[in-house]
Write a protein that binds this ligand. Structure first.
Ligand code: ZN
Length: 224
């Protein structure tokens, strides 16, 4: 079994009480729910509001892959928790799956390097994701392209370090295109970033989205 922990900062739910209507139980529990459809994953949920910011040493030791969704609290994790997560990834090979705005998190900055996109746009426009590396394990079972009817645009150039692989590209109704699914390696750890996932839209309800994240977890655990 792959031990996966879904960690969220809870900030979107705190600011937007309607989110549980889109994602029942909130983003963390919703994410854990679709991960559990893969019987090889043993999934737990953790949050910024928990003891040790939901990233205590015991929990990290019992985690093979950490799935992170973060937004308004992107800079709130204290240095000792950042160091603990980075050590688990670099020295001990814990996998990391970063979703959407977690790209701007202090954890991502410390582990991957300075990260971000040039701009973003929240007008609920159409997004089409293209699997440009179809042989990659994270693209298994994913069609050549799939769409979200209402999504947030993230604009290139993405200010992140050169990825090992670019697995997905996104096209947006407004005309932009951006790298949407990329991987890095840091020390012994595998890291997958997937850019869609705006909390106020139903992007994360997509079956293809679920499959991408499940694949990402298995790949980050070196099981794919
Ligand atoms: Zn967003």
């Amino acid at each position: 079994m792959i031990r996966a922990t879904v960690w969220c900062d809870g900030s979107d739910e705190a600011r937007h009480p309607e989110i549980p209507q889109i994602y029942p139980g909130g983003i963390a529990r919703y994410t854990a729910g679709y991960l559990r459809e893969d019987a090889t994953l043993d999934v737990r949920v953790s949050a910024f509001q928990d003891a040790a910011y939901g990233l205590g040493d015991d929990l990290l030791q019992a985690t093979d892959v950490l799935v992170v969704y973060s937004h308004f609290f992107n800079d709130k994790l204290p240095q000792d928790r950042l160091d603990a997560v980075c050590l688990r990834v670099r020295e001990e090979g814990m996998g990391l799956v970063l979703l959407h705005s977690a790209l701007w998190m202090n954890l991502t900055r410390q582990l991957v390097g300075p990260c971000g996109y040039a701009a973003y746009r929240e007008i609920g426009e159409r997004e089409r994701v293209w699997a440009v590396l179809p042989d990659h394990p994270i693209a298994q079972g994913i069609p050549a392209s799939f769409e979200f009817q209402h999504s947030e645009m993230y604009q290139e150039p993405a200010g992140f370090p050169r990825p090992d692989d670019v697995i997905f590209l996104s096209w947006y109704e407004g005309g932009e295109a951006s790298r949407a699914g990329v991987t890095w390696t840091r020390g012994k750890g595998r890291i997958f970033y997937f850019s869609p996932g705006h909390a106020m839209y139903d992007v994360m309800q997509s079956a293809n989205y679920h499959q991408v994240v499940r694949n990402g977890v298995r790949w980050a655990a070196r099981e794919a």
